[in-house]
Design a protein around this ligand. Sequence first.
Ligand code: 0O2
Length: 227
Amino acid sequence: MDFYMETLENLPAVINSNEGMRELVASLVYEFMELQHLYDSAIEVVKTYLNIIDSEFSMKFQRNPIHNIDSRLKSPQSIIGKLQKKNLPVNIESAQKNLLDIAGIRVTCCYINDIYAVADMLCSRDDFKIIKQKDYIKNPKSSGYRSYHMIVNVPVYLSNSKTYAPVEIQIRTIAMDFWASLEHQLKYKTASEITPEISQELRSCADKIAETDIRMQDIFLRIHDID
Ligand code: 0O2
C-alpha cells in the first residue's frame, strides 16, 4: 500500500482540503493499483508457464529453446499517451477495454523453429484465450521488424474471484531482438531525423540478420540430424 499512502499523503493542498476530492482521488488510485496488480499477476501466470516448458525441454532434450524472458507493465504516462494518440477516453475503463498491451512479455528464443514451438504451446493451453496473432516473421513490417506477436487472455485466480487479463507476448530470436532493440534506440532516442536512406539501410540490416537466422537454424538442424 506504499504507493497508495504516499499519493494520498502528497496531495496538493487544494485537493487535500476538500473531503469529496480527496475521496475521489483515493478511489481512483486504488482502482489503478488493482488494475496494476491484475496485469502483474497475468504476467506471472504466463512467465511461470514459459519457465515450465523451458525446463521441461532442458530435462528431456538437454537444451533450452528460450534464451530470455523480459516483462513490463506499461507506465501510466505511456497508457495516457496511447489513449490520447488513439483519440480514446482517458480513464481506467477505457484503458482496460482498448489497450491490449498494458502487460507485455518478450520471449527471446535461440532459433526460428523455437518461436513457433513456444507459440504452439501457448495456443495449446485450454485456459488461455488467444485474441490475436501476428506473424511478422513470415510477413515482416516495412521497417524490417520481425517477431511473432500474440495477445493472450489469461486467467488470474484472486482470493475470491477468477478474472481474465490480456498479455501481449512478443516472441523473437536473439538476432531479431538485436535488430529491434537497436532500431528502437536509434529511432526513438535520437534527436536527428531518420532519412529514407537510413530506413533503407536499417531494412537491409534486418534482411541480412534474417538470412543469418535461417543459416543458424539450418546448422542446428544439420548438427542434430533433423530433416
Ligand atoms: P512498446 O513500448 O515496445 O510496447 P498497437 O501499436 O499495439 O496499438 P498493433 O498494430 O497491434 O497496434 O501493434 P504491433 O505493430 O503489432 O506491435 C506493436 C509493438 O511491436 C510495438 O510496441 C513494438 O514493441 C513492436 N514493434 C512494432 N513495429 C516495430 C518496429 O518497426 N521496430 C521496433 N523496434 N519495434 C516494433 P509499442 O507500442 O511501439 O511500444
